[in-house]
Design a protein around this ligand. Structure first.
Ligand SMILES: [Zn+2]
Length: 438
């Protein structure tokens, strides 16, 4: 009879002070399960090896450099007479290098072999994953996507940087009052919380910051995304798989049979998922999701347009938070900007604000940053659905009516939220104006 294994918590899982020690009942099974760790990892690992072909060394070097620069994506792009590698850093796509066009097929094959894709298939898009060895201790996960273009396969590699995407709520740029509203909302046992904004505005990172606060042994959290990018121990994460027929609605229905407490749905984009999500929020579950709307009030009208009844919206939405990610000014080289009084008024600053003592800064650029910016900071319009707003929704009010009520409750517009970051010297006026254009 083998000895029962110790009941120390699994690495990465949240600790449970009141855990029941059920290990004795599963002693033998647990020992057998330990042997499973001997199996090769599911995701292939890319690391530098002596004797690697030049193309492999080139790829490894470019990937390491992209990680070092904090890029989120690499683009390998073949054209008729050129080949181009671009990097997305702080949301901006930038040219990195132009290797000889002759390498395009070898490079595509190397990336496809590494991510276990079919190298013979060049006519259809493919998706894969791999891990990149940074040093003895560190690996970074990469998501690979191929696309047949006119002059060869374009390959985009997304760098899934778990550390920077799991920074905790305090690092995301919420003003203290907004963060308090958000924390109050996620303390609700049921209802729906929506984060809105365009693609790349950091919605998923905000939702995960909330999920990490809710991630305790006593809470069953399920997420469904397309695909799941931020791996978190203790959360049950599902990626949709259209090829296999696993869509958002199918997964959501399955979640409801899995005794959930909290459900995170990557995106509400069709009436069917909207309907299931709203029903889940009304039957004792906390549902977190995202929508593509310009601001928080518009989220309500978007759900109405998807066919959700006003009374269901009023009864289930707890809070809507609209957000944008602005590039953060480099503190080492930012310069005071001389902006005309009228331009500041036109931007949305009040005359009273302009009486106060503060300074607008503009980007310059130095060795420590990229074009005067370094990293990004979020700004948010955090709107709890008050009773007054619920009444407006029930009476068929428009997004404008809801926005006016939000203003009466002291909730800033998204533009005003961005201008607050300008006032704090954290970002530039141009950045906020560009991100909040209606
Ligand atoms: Zn700088």
């Amino acid at each position: 009879m083998p000895e029962a294994p110790s009941s120390s918590p699994q690495p990465g899982l949240p600790a449970d002070p009141a855990s029941l020690d059920l290990q004795f009942a599963f002693g033998e099974a647990a020992l057998q399960a330990e042997n499973l760790h001997e199996l090769p990892p599911e995701v292939p690992l890319l690391e530098a090896r002596a004797g690697d072909a030049p193309i492999a060394r080139f790829l490894h070097h470019v990937l390491l450099e992209a990680v070092r620069l904090g890029a989120s994506d690499l683009h390998f792009e073949p054209y008729e007479h050129h080949y181009r590698v671009r990097l997305r850093i702080d949301g901006e796509l930038r040219h990195a290098l132009s290797p000889p066009v002759l390498i395009k097929d070898k490079l595509a094959s190397r990336i496809k072999v590494m991510s276990r894709l079919d190298i013979a298939e060049k006519r259809l898009p493919q998706d894969g994953r791999l891990k990149l060895r940074i040093d003895a201790l560190q690996t970074v996960e990469l998501r690979v996507s191929t696309l047949p273009t006119l002059h060869g396969e374009k390959i985009v590699i997304r760098i899934l940087d778990g550390a920077s995407t799991r920074r905790g709520i305090a690092a995301l740029g919420y003003e203290p009052a907004d963060q308090a509203r958000l924390l109050d909302a996620i303390a609700h046992p049921h209802g729906m919380i929506l984060v809105t904004g365009p693609t790349g505005s950091g919605k998923t990172v905000s939702l995960y910051a909330c999920l990490e606060l809710l991630n305790r042994p006593g809470v069953n959290i399920c997420t469904v995304e397309n695909p799941s990018e931020i791996g978190v121990p203790g959360i049950n994460q599902v990626s949709v798989n259209d090829k296999a027929g696993l869509d958002f609605a199918t997964v959501l229905k399955a979640f409801l049979r899995q005794d959930p407490d909290v459900i995170m749905l990557g995106e509400i984009r069709d009436p069917e998922t909207a309907d299931i999500a709203i029903k889940a929020a009304q039957t004792g579950h906390l549902v977190l999701s995202t929508l593509h709307t310009h601001d928080a009030p518009a989220a309500v009208t978007r759900l109405l347009n998807m066919g959700i009844a006003a009374h269901n919206i009023a009864a289930s939405i707890v809070l809507v938070s609209a957000q944008r990610l602005a590039r953060r000014l480099c503190p080492d080289c930012r310069q005071p900007a001389d902006v005309p009084h009228q331009a500041l008024l036109d931007a949305g600053f009040s005359a009273a604000e302009l009486e106060e003592d503060w300074q607008v800064y503009r980007p310059l650029g130095c060795a420590a940053c990229t074009l005067g910016y370094k990293g990004r900071i979020g700004f948010h319009q955090v709107m709890p659905l008050s009773e007054a707003t619920q009444r407006i929704v029930l009476c068929g009010g428009s997004a404008l009516d809801i926005a006016e009520q939000a203003a009466r409750e002291g909730i800033p517009t998204l533009r005003a939220a961005g201008l607050r970051k300008v006032r704090q010297g954290l970002t530039s006026l141009e950045e906020v104006l560009a991100l909040t254009r209606a």
